[in-house]
Write a protein that binds this ligand. Sequence first.
Ligand SMILES: C[S@@+](CC[C@H](N)C(=O)[O-])C[C@H]1O[C@@H](n2cnc3c(N)ncnc32)[C@H](O)[C@@H]1O
Length: 488
Amino acid sequence: MPQCLNAEEAKEFRDFFRDSGYTTQALQKRFGAAGIRQLDLLKLYLLGILLEPSRLTTLFRWFWIGVPVETVTAAELIPERMISLFLKAGVLATKDGSLVSTARVSPFAEYLILSDHAVSRTGTLRADTILWPNPATLICYHLSIQTRVGRTLDLGTGNGILALAAASHSGSVVATDLNSRAREFCVFNAALNGVTNVEFREGNAFEPVTGERFDLILANPPFFVTPSVRRVYSDNSMELDDFCRKLIREAPEHLNENGYCQMLAEWVQVQGQAWQDRLKECFEGLGCDVWVLVNYVQSASDYAVIRIQEDRDDVPTPEAQAALTNQWQAYFESNRVEAIYGGMIVLRKREGRNWIRMEELPHPQRPFGEFLRHTFENRDVLESHAADEQLLATRPALPGSARLQKQFAICPEGWKLTSVDLQLGEGLPYSLALQPQVADFIALLDGKKTLAEVADRIAAAQSIDPAVVKRDCCRITRQLADRGLIHL
Ligand SMILES: C[S@@+](CC[C@H](N)C(=O)[O-])C[C@H]1O[C@@H](n2cnc3c(N)ncnc32)[C@H](O)[C@@H]1O
């Protein structure tokens, strides 16, 4: 059980890891982006033994791979002060003349995060394993809005990483988890990273925050669609996607007006019903605008094979895996599940007539929370400026990260322009094909001139009827603003 460090000790701990070069880049370079979860115990031990002895590789052995280092060897490479700090924090323990780590330490953004090890010494991960930061964590981190908010809730906090990251732009954060072990890790990690405005509460779903409201709710919940619970971090005890649906249904009563709930989810498509229709039923009467971004879809049978393969610790033999796959497929068949969809769901609580937007898009490898927020706000402006005269009084701006991509094809006369595409260097990876004149128009959108002034300028330069240009400018502005490609 990790023991919280005081502020000075925590800084020493962090500085030592940083100064030793224990970074995401160094770990990826050494162990690959996929990490070590795919390796069995023997390979792990070999990997640990084969590393050349150094300060950094000693940290790798302990806190990444999870293999012991002989105490005498460690004493030659790691300052005594740090070894005693690690022992005091409970992240190292002595065993048979060696020092063994009790937890994994992962660098994530500017944080160091303690979790359970990715590979267990017993060969099987415990059911209440505290997960390490992983690709889904990164997606949720990128998804999160970054603007200053009052209260944030991180539901299913685990090691606490999303709560800590949100703490930098929140007045206060409540981090909740069903798993009682999460308290130790979340509280330890807050202290380790010098974060003082995160409070941990234990409990199921929204129960720990009954009657409370937030400006931002983040959730990377246990969304796997499984017939039984194997690990608390990935599976839940409700049927199919009912747990995610429950979170969606209950989130609005915990949101302040204009508050956002941003979550990862998986949902099923059942025979005879489009997935969109099933989701829409769930969104009915929420009092929220909803944006669904679908990142992947798998047939029920592929899903069973992939999920079982991903977490095969409990089913090491091919026979056991085949039997379990059959069991999962029977479960899906009996529930008429044809496919499983995965992605992100963003709710924004707003009075008035709400909208639902659903689209398929790969997950962008960069932050896009603020892009989403701007786009929600653009939609508000479009709604309140429905008439052209109103829109013409706004001052749209093209973001500084906008880029125009032109393609030319060779033809007998030389190079001929074939396409002009607008893209942003931030947010969602949209690409919009433009007419060349439209590209010239949007270049004039600087946030200072009104849309009417821009339209008049174009009309004068090209001797076209200003009324026609204004109508076209409004139409294009609506289209671009709706995709978040300009700011209103
Ligand atoms: C996928 S992990 C996410 C951990 C961390 N937030 C992250 O993004 O890396 C899901 C977390 O939800 C917790 N959890 C599982 N069932 C829950 C429930 N019914 N209510 C609240 N939390 C739950 C698990 O213990 C786990 O910590």
